[in-house]
Write a protein that binds this ligand. Sequence first.
Ligand code: MG
Length: 279
Amino acid sequence: MDYDGRYNKDQSLKCDCLLFDLDDTLYPFASGIAADIAKNIKDYMVHKLGVDESVSLELCILLYKQYGTTMAGLRAVGYQFDYDDFHSFVHGRLAYDKIKPDPVLRNILLSLPLRKIVFTNGDRIHASRALKRLGIEDCFERVVCFETLNPTSPALSDKLEIFDIMKHLAHPQPGVELPKSPILCKPSREAMLQALEVASINPHTTILFDDSFRNIEAAKQIGMRTVLVGTSERKKGADYALASLHNMKEALPELWEEAEKDEDVRNSSKVGIETSVIA
Ligand SMILES: [Mg+2]
């Protein structure tokens, strides 16, 4: 299927929903939170899971690339840990005051009479804290987060068998496949489809804002329009690129134009009804 071709057909469809990633999208990469999260994940691997410190960074990156999140990759290759324990270690110690209130973004969001939903791989508490710091927690209909797609932490088994993914990728053995992760997260197609279903979102009338190009690619493949955030350089596969969400109105004026048109239609039908009642 030619997705670009399909997208062109969808261009004429109206947009009724905006889906926002959280980290490095609703707040900027420059906050430094992303670097703190990466450090905490690495520390968790070393101090809680017994990963050799000398390979922890390489393994962290490799699992992130293969599985969408390092956490999903750690579970896939056999590490046993409780999801809440991981999240409280990785996010619970963050200095959230690095995220600054963003009244400009708040005004932009409130000026758009469309459904607005957050879709993050992060956990519920992290999302809530970050959105509160930004001052935009009441701007969204709902937050689709880690717990939405992974409601329960599986029972931990005593058997610890770790699949050596670094060795496997360096020297793939015929017939040996990468283990699957029990964790659902972006950019997997399954995670995307499940998020759309739980929030009753039509991908063909939805725009995804995300700083991760692979999430953008995955969203595109299921028919969404896409905005790559954090760069003004558009890549093939992203419909728009925005250095910051503050530039939304300049880049996507049609969202406000559509909303105004809808408002006009609503007002004119109201006048019509009132006139006929008077007549
Ligand atoms: Mg992100």
